[in-house]
Design a protein. Structure first.
Length: 227
């Protein structure tokens, strides 16, 4: 939307909702352009954030599928204010309803500083934790454990010396009978001590050489690799 035209409309005292009706756009779209051009509606009073947001007005916008960010733009309020009135009126955005769909009985929708409104699950000690943060924490720990094991195993393929990408390096058990668990995915979620004990039974190889070993094109003997 052109800045000059939008400015003239606002200076004439027209509200964002009125402008939206005239141009056939949603109020959130008009609100977005008002903020993008650095304009301010004459209806946005200095202490507007302290005024209540009527339930009917908020409910209509929620039913239109607006996110918290879009609601803030349409209502010319801050995100925190919108979240407060959503909770006060017992309303949930479409996005929030999607997040809670299929949650277990101990699940809930809460606000995460990293992911916004997200699914939370209750931990064994009774605390609530963002499900996405929890999954990310597990993935991060697995990467840290693997990095430690890679460094202790020499950091390169025992057959070809490849060492450019850690994700392409794998642990091959020299004696399959001694294998307790695989050092990948779930195996890396175990304690570092157990992972180290298992890595001691392996040789570090790249994905290509590992495939050759499994196909019988290359071998790993107890005394070292050979072709």
């Amino acid at each position: 939307m052109e800045e000059a035209w939008l400015r003239s409309q606002l200076e004439s005292g027209r509200s964002i909702e009125a402008i939206a009706r005239e141009v056939g756009k949603h109020p959130s779209t008009v609100g977005h352009w008002v903020r993008k051009h650095g304009l301010v509606s004459s209806h946005a009073e200095r202490h507007r954030s302290r005024e209540p947001i009527e339930r009917d007005q908020l409910e209509r916008l929620v039913e239109d599928g607006l996110t918290v960010e879009q609601l803030a733009a349409a209502l010319d309020r801050g995100h925190a204010t919108v979240r407060y009135w959503l909770k006060r009126h017992g309303l949930v955005t479409v996005r929030a309803r999607e997040l809670t769909r299929g949650l277990p009985g101990d699940g809930a929708l809460r606000f995460c500083r990293r992911h916004g409104y997200s699914a939370f699950v209750k931990t064994r000690d009774g605390h609530w934790r963002c499900k996405r943060c929890r999954v990310q924490a597990v993935s991060d720990r697995r990467r840290r454990v693997k990095q430690i094991l890679l460094e202790e195993a020499g950091g390169a393929c025992a057959l070809c010396g490849y060492n450019r990408y850690a994700g392409a390096l794998q642990f091959h058990h020299v004696d399959p009978e001694a294998k307790a668990f695989a050092l990948a995915d779930g195996g890396l979620a175990r304690s570092l001590q157990r992972a180290r004990s298992e890595a001691a039974k392996c040789v570090l190889v790249c994905a290509n050489c590992h495939a050759e070993i499994e196909a019988g094109l290359a071998t790993i003997a107890p005394t070292g690799p050979c072709r």
